[in-house]
Design a protein around this ligand. Sequence first.
Ligand code: ZN
Length: 446
Amino acid sequence: MAAARSMRTTLTAMTESGFKRAIDPLMGRNMQAETASTYQCRFCGERLKHTFVDLGMSPLCQTHIDSSQLNDYEPFYPLLGFVCARCFLVQLPEHVAPKAIFEEYAYFSSYSDSWLNHAKRYVETISGRLGLNSTSFAVELASNDGYLLQYFQARRIPVLGVEPAKNVAQVAIQRGIPSVSEFFGRKLAHKLTQEGRQADLLLGNNVLAHVPDINDFVGGMKILLKEHGVITMEFPHLVRLVEDNQFDTIYHEHFSYLSFTTVEQVFLAQGLKLFDVDELAAHGGSLRIYGCHVEDASKPISQSVSGLKVREAAWGIAKLERYQAFRENIQATKRNILEFLIEAKNKGKSIAGYGAPGKGNTLLNYCGIRTDFLDYTVDRNPYKQGKYTPGTRIPICPPERIRETKPDFLFILPWNLKDEVIKQNSFIRDWGGKFVVPIPRVSGYD
Ligand SMILES: [Zn+2]
């Protein structure tokens, strides 16, 4: 005890004398990262020195393993996030080229009922608000399998989808939704503009966070947008991520973690202004921003914009301490999840997972949850069935497996869809099964 105290005293003294970074063993690789990073902010170019989160090593979240690969190794990359001290963009360095990640992607939006409803409501609202009709043109960036554009088509509004994942874009094309399978940026925007295909509405849901070159992406929108056109983008709100311990939404495919304040700067740098914002419940708390050309005087800036900026400032969006406090909360969340799982297994209970989403893989890998805790997980997406979760290698089964094995607990990995999952699987109550949701803190539902 005395030795520990003396060690601590020595370390404190060293800290005060300025040697902390080089020798403090208690800070581990976080401090090393703060000194060793040569990464630059993808928006403003500032060197990244401040760790936001360190979730250890993790594989790419959509690289599901099939049975023929079970004896192979998997590449793991550091899941280390930074906050920029100049613009406060929270970000992960790019370890893998987006081409390798997104060209074949296993996420099909149409497999989630609540996401489809969300898309349908959006199309109704925005079509009315902007007065879109058969002479308008709506372009969606990361249009996935056409899950959203189908609702514009039903209203006879012409559309184009841009979806880099070829296998996913193919599904949209087969459904009759015009789609281009390319990465979006200034180059593609110029090409479409030259073809006379500028957009009255340019939308993107959950794509802004997934682009490594955010300046080229937003610069492309500036080019593709008509003079009085409107951009809407949805993304998870950084404030909700921190407040609700949503550390599992941090994964390699998700390069940026966005606040309104930072996104406004990113748009302004490309000659676009944000004139309105909605706060949504989607994905654990998202923002929907409305943008237009800075030259467009027809769209006054709403009070929601100033209100949200004031609240973000009060929360501490421009204070580094606010970000650094997140690390301890994540570790506490991990301990709580493991406590629940260990106790359940000690009592001889069986636990099955529900879902194999990207966020599930961060949670499983960071917490070290494998088949020692979860017998298997299920997913409605046939593309994932018969495969194994990356890194943790938990078998992914069709949902029917739940009725066959009657687990005591169903551990819901896509916690943002918990209401939908609980409703669809209410039959587990027939044998006394219970639902467990890990985030924001592990909770049980009868
Ligand atoms: Zn920056």
